[in-house]
Design a protein around this ligand. Structure first.
Ligand code: FES
Ligand SMILES: [Fe+2]
Length: 443
């Protein structure tokens, strides 16, 4: 458990807050490209407690500016999209994509007041279905060369969902490998051949045992954590009955993302992004090392569970997450259906909007959660000391060399488990078309 003071420090995200200043040093997902694929690409964005509007202008360029007009505060989401900017419908003030006011048509002829008026504006970058924003000081850093960014757009599907809780407790589920044996337990196994687009339904590399059965039968993982230039690598070992060990490697990409295996073919890179102190979005990039992703199938699977335009889950607190006690007895551990996102959502939302960490009791399997809080505290201190180079992703290793990360499930003889993940990763990469373009070109 931690003090109330520290809990506040780690969870609050507005401008000037300690954790908010850490989060602002990193690119944060602001919207899905899908949200802008409309006749009028203008969407509200609430990010880190700030109210913004994202739009694509007539030239296809993106702008992310303050949502409330600096004149008298009207909502620019209803702005007229013209002349490569947004024009406020109230009195016609016009803003370019950098937030500069360029015209005040109702002010006296010759007035140059507009030159002194500008609203917030932040850099954005669009990659593989997600528009990222940088809300921090100084120049925005590059993105690291992670698989989800390096893969061609054909091999990445992006989606998001709204959770009614603070970002840190959402993050702390992603770095908790122990919960999968319980929260996501299925009492019966599906055919791994029907696993497309779903997590924990495939079999682990090196076996035909479905992941559902493996997680169910071996619920006591031995978890270790190592710091990396991007955050941390988490290794969960499940020692099996036959002198074999299941190795699951997942990652935290500091401060708010994880990279985890989804199936033998795909990984999920998932950001937990604060909307404000009490609400967050998860944004995921599903990255395929095999065939191009079937975006239509994956989008349809997820849109069945979410409401647009805010991507709020249809199962939620108001309908008890679909809880069915009969199902809980026969089919699933939660009684909340087969979609593991709903399980995670219940876990994090049921803690309350901001988990009261003064009352928790962390165990040995919470090692990554403890380490992450330490790193977040260290990052807060580094920023307060002006030592930015001490932050993950700001160190000596160039971002172009921060690749992968390795993220998979493998089963190997216990004596050889150290090599199992590397071997599985190397085998996957060796046949991945987009990682070996020279090999393809030379065929
Ligand atoms: S409030 Fe926007 S122009 Fe007046
Ligand atoms: Fe989970």
């Amino acid at each position: 458990m931690i003090s109330q003071e520290l809990n506040d420090q780690l969870t609050r995200v507005g401008p000037g807050t300690p954790a908010g200043e850490v989060l602002r040093r990193y690119w944060q997902p602001a919207a899905l490209s899908d949200e802008l694929a409309t006749e009028r690409p203008v969407v509200p964005v609430s990010l880190l407690g700030e109210k913004l509007v994202l739009f694509r202008d007539e030239q296809g360029e993106l702008g992310l500016i303050g949502r409330h007009c600096p004149h008298r505060g009207a909502d620019l989401c209803f702005g007229r999209r013209e002349d490569n900017g947004l024009r406020c419908p109230f009195h016609g003030w016009h803003f370019d994509r950098n937030g500069q006011c360029v015209e005040q048509p109702g002010e006296p002829e010759g007035s140059e007041m507009y030159k002194k008026v500008h609203t917030a504006s932040y850099p954005v970058i669009e990659r593989n279905g997600i528009v990222f924003a940088y809300l921090g000081p100084g120049d925005a850093p590059d993105l690291p060369a992670l698989d989800c960014f390096e893969a061609p757009t054909t091999h990445v599907f992006a989606f998001k969902g709204l959770w009614e809780c603070n970002w840190l407790q959402a993050m702390e589920v992603g770095i908790d490998p122990a919960h999968a044996s319980f929260l996501h337990r299925f009492l019966e196994d599906e055919d791994p051949a029907d696993s497309y687009g779903k997590q924990f339904r495939d079999s682990a590399d090196g076996t035909d045992m479905p992941m559902t059965r493996l997680l169910r039968e071996y619920p006591r993982p031995d978890i270790s954590v190592e710091d990396t230039p991007y955050g941390m690598r988490i290794t969960a070992l499940r020692h099996m009955a036959n002198d074999h060990t299941h190795v699951r490697v997942t990652n935290q990409i500091f401060p708010g993302a994880i990279c985890i295996p989804m199936s033998r073919e795909m990984t999920i890179t998932q950001w937990h992004v604060p909307v404000d102190d009490e609400t967050c979005y998860w944004y995921s990039m599903f990255t395929s090392f095999g065939a191009p992703v079937d975006k239509d199938t994956m989008r349809a699977q997820r849109l069945k569970e979410h409401r647009l335009p805010d991507y709020a889950p249809l199962k939620n607190k108001s309908n008890q997450y679909g809880y069915d006690p009969i199902e809980q007895g026969r089919e699933t551990y939660t009684g909340m259906g087969m979609d593991i996102n709903v399980h995670d959502q219940w876990a994090v939302e049921s803690m309350g909007r901001i988990q009261d960490r003064t009352q928790e009791h962390l165990g040995k399997t919470d090692v990554a959660i403890i380490r992450n809080r330490r790193r977040l505290r260290a990052a807060i201190k580094s920023i307060q000391d002006g030592d930015i180079a001490a932050l993950p992703l700001y160190g000596d290793v160039p971002l172009s060399e921060i690749r992968g990360p390795l993220s998979n499930d493998a089963i190997a003889p216990t004596a050889n488990w150290h090599a199992a993940s590397e071997q599985a990763d190397a085998a996957r990469r060796a046949v991945c078309a987009w990682l070996a373009p020279e090999a393809e070109a030379g065929e």
